[in-house]
Design a protein. Structure first.
Lengths: 485, 225
């Protein structure tokens, strides 16, 4: 029942925020609903810890070791974002003179997005998973164009069309999956349930499954931001409010990768591990390299970190493609560390952009002088995203490189090249932004919205140094699940 | 799913006829310059789709598919085209006729896409019984043709028509090739289509407000350095 409670806590917020989501009340309600959801998620995690994976409602909803980890991260990032959004949006509302209606739209759409993310993770039905992903796209289109600038509209249009077409491909893949499943499981609602499919995955028609997986990989891969389908991602991240950029990078990309992983388990059973694994490694490595080199020529700070998200998702995708238990473990660790770190980066970058009034990297200077709290937040978050110890990303990147050396040694130089170029793309810019003297005539703004960054940074250090035993246990089980079903 | 022998003799050829019509309409859209006619073609595709769903419902005796057919008819054949039609008038898109790339060349590319779709679907088709043979290929071809249309158009409305046509092709795959997806999934997909359409409507007005035009050429400001 706790699964339904989690979804209900999130879903009830949508109509209420649509009605009363403006002013101080709106921000408080937004935080309130996400606190409730996180509490429900924690209760769910305790139950999973006690009972292990389970399904409810005739198998329609499911939680297992893979999804609970992502649901937990989802809850934490959602609450931090709600907290950050309160002070951040208060300033933006003044700056863009947003109407009360538009603020209600913002909160309601945001809550819809968070609900669809949880639904995607907790459903057992591959069809509903698609519906939730499409819902997530639709709810974020109007958030990207919230400020109604020409740039925002362009980004939102591109996002809508590219992701819409991508998801259409994923739907075709899902239809083909059902087509293959029908032969084994018969006609009816049960034939798309993941747990049922997984039980008979060896009997699914290999030819159909291969084509189905390619369509799903291309479709959901568009949402992961895999190259060459990543065009929408930097635009959408740059133009929308920073709170939206944080959840796009922190939650949406992860959930899209999760969808691909669920499909991978099924196709592995039908075709053996090499087929899906090689595709994932290829797309992952390509995205990593393309994004790393693109970073070198960015002048917009939010675009820079959007490309960094593509790089990290590429790395995680690559890790899952390697097909060793250690690599899958590292991939999961990378996903959750990236989620926490990148949302922290976007919180602090958003605050910095708001203070300085420009997204151009060259105009953001001397943040430590402007506001020590903000300067430290940005510096630590960016150092962590670069994979500096003791962050969780250091550990996961180390493990990914180590298992690449073990399994596919000739790919290691390419991997290291990508990581090195990405470092060169970000690190020099960081110094300019944080140190030096602040530009003249900038009023200090309240930075209380930055506090969740430090909480998340603490969590990331925990992930990098001393991972709690239950997380280790979940991720180990999930890694095995991804390899052997 | 079982289909009676009687149904097999007339039902399956009729379903094939509808599939062919769907593909024909997809080609017609590719060649159509006038936005108004484009919307009419989309509506006809909706009608074909609803007829196909109703036929499958009749042949297999699944009552829930009747609901799906009714939903398709009201949504894809009536509501969405009507709204698009009114949007076109309300927004007064200048020049009903749109400059399109070389049409014969586009059609040739379309033929290549159809061949590609059929060859891609061949291994799947080989596995199925006589009933749904070729349906996956036709649906995939319709999807790819709509995709091609989206790429070659510049007006926001024709891109949306292309988007909806992709949706039609997918829907056809779902009903005719698999004889109906699970109801909960179909309802979800329909709901998403509806919400997406509402959001597009809002979006059009935002675009109109900001650019005073519906031409996507205005949307080319973000350039990478």
């Amino acid at each position: 029942m706790l699964i339904l409670l989690v979804l209900a806590c999130a879903a009830i917020g949508i109509p209420l925020l649509a009605l009363w989501g403006d002013g101080r009340r709106g921000a408080a309600l937004f935080i309130g609903f996400n606190t409730l959801t996180l509490l429900a998620i924690l209760a769910l995690a305790v139950q999973v810890l006690r009972d292990g994976a389970f399904t409810i409602d005739g198998g329609q909803f499911m939680v297992d070791d893979l999804s609970i980890v992502l649901v937990l991260v989802d809850g934490v990032v959602a609450l931090s974002t709600a907290w950050f959004s309160r002070s951040y949006m208060a300033q933006e509302i003044v700056h863009w003179s947003l109407s009360r209606r538009r603020v209600r739209l913002y909160h309601a759409m945001f809550q819809t997005f968070l609900t669809t993310m949880l639904l995607a993770l907790l459903t057992n039905n591959m069809g509903i998973l698609w519906v939730a992903m499409e819902g997530a796209t639709l709810s974020t289109v109007l958030l990207v164009s919230l400020f109604r600038t020409a740039e925002g509209l362009e980004a939102a249009w591109k996002y809508f069309i590219l992701c819409g077409v991508g998801l259409a491909m994923a739907l075709f893949g899902t239809i083909l999956l059902y087509f293959a499943a029908q032969k084994v499981l018969g006609h009816g609602a049960d034939a798309l349930l993941w747990t049922h499919l997984e039980a008979v995955r060896g009997q699914l028609q290999p030819q159909v499954m291969a084509i189905a997986f390619i369509f799903m990989l291309v479709g959901y891969g568009t949402k992961i931001g895999l190259s060459p389908l990543n065009n929408w991602l930097p635009d959408a991240h740059a133009s929308g409010p920073s709170s939206v950029s944080a959840v796009l990078s922190g939650l949406l990309l992860n959930v899209a990768l999760y969808a691909v992983l669920r499909a991978k388990v099924l196709v592995d059973g039908a075709l053996g591990p090499d087929f899906a694994g090689r595709l994932l490694m290829g797309f992952g490595l390509l995205s990593l390299l393309v994004a790393a080199f693109s970073m070198l020529r960015q002048r917009d700070v939010k675009r820079l970190f959007a490309y960094s998200s593509i790089e990290h998702m590429g790395l995680a995708t690559f890790a899952f493609g390697i097909g060793a238990p250690l690599a899958s473990f590292a991939g999961l660790l990378h996903m959750i560390s990236h989620s926490l770190t990148k949302s922290s980066v976007f919180f602090s970058v958003g605050q910095a952009v708001q203070s300085v009034g420009s997204r151009e990297i060259q105009r953001i200077r001397g943040l430590l002088e402007l506001s020590p709290l903000l300067g430290w937040a940005l510096m630590l978050a960016v150092l962590f995203i670069l994979g500096m110890p003791p962050s969780g990303l250091f550990l996961s990147e180390f493990l990914i490189v180590a298992s690449t050396l073990q399994v596919q040694p000739w790919l290691t130089p390419l991997l290291l090249l990508g990581l090195g170029v990405a470092f060169a793309g970000i690190f020099p810019r960081l110094q300019g932004m944080v140190f030096g003297s602040a530009p003249e005539g900038i009023a200090r703004q309240p930075v209380s919205g930055i506090i969740p960054v430090f909480i998340q940074l603490a969590l990331i250090i925990v992930l990098g140094t001393f991972i709690p035993w239950m997380l280790v246990q979940w991720m180990q089980h999930a890694a095995l699940l991804l390899l052997h079903g | 799913m079982t289909i009676t022998a009687q149904g097999l003799t007339w039902g399956i050829p009729l379903l094939r006829l509808l599939a062919a019509l769907l593909l024909l309409l997809a080609f017609a859209m590719l060649a159509q310059r006038r936005l108004l006619t484009l919307i009419h073609l989309l509506a006809w595709q909706g009608v074909v789709l609803a007829a196909g769903t109703a036929l499958v419902a009749l042949l297999t005796g699944q009552t829930e598919l009747w609901l799906s057919a009714a939903l398709t008819l009201s949504l894809k054949a009536i509501l969405i085209p009507t709204v698009l039609h009114r949007l076109l008038r309300r927004l007064q898109v200048r020049g009903d006729v749109e400059a399109v790339l070389n049409i014969p060349l586009t059609l040739l590319a379309g033929i290549v896409l159809v061949i590609f779709a059929f060859s891609l679907a061949a291994p799947i088709t080989a596995l199925t019984g006589a009933v749904t043979r070729g349906m996956v290929g036709i649906a995939l071809a319709a999807v790819l043709l709509a995709f091609l249309m989206m790429i070659t158009r510049r007006k926001a409305i024709s891109q949306v028509v292309g988007f909806l046509a992709i949706d039609n092709g997918l829907f056809f795959a779902a009903t005719s090739a698999t004889l109906g997806m699970p109801m909960v999934v179909e309802l979800g997909v329909a709901l998403d289509a509806l919400i997406g359409f509402v959001i597009l409507g809002i979006f059009f007005f935002q675009m109109r407000e900001t650019f005073d035009s519906m031409d996507l050429q205005h949307l080319e400001q973000i350039r990478e350095e």
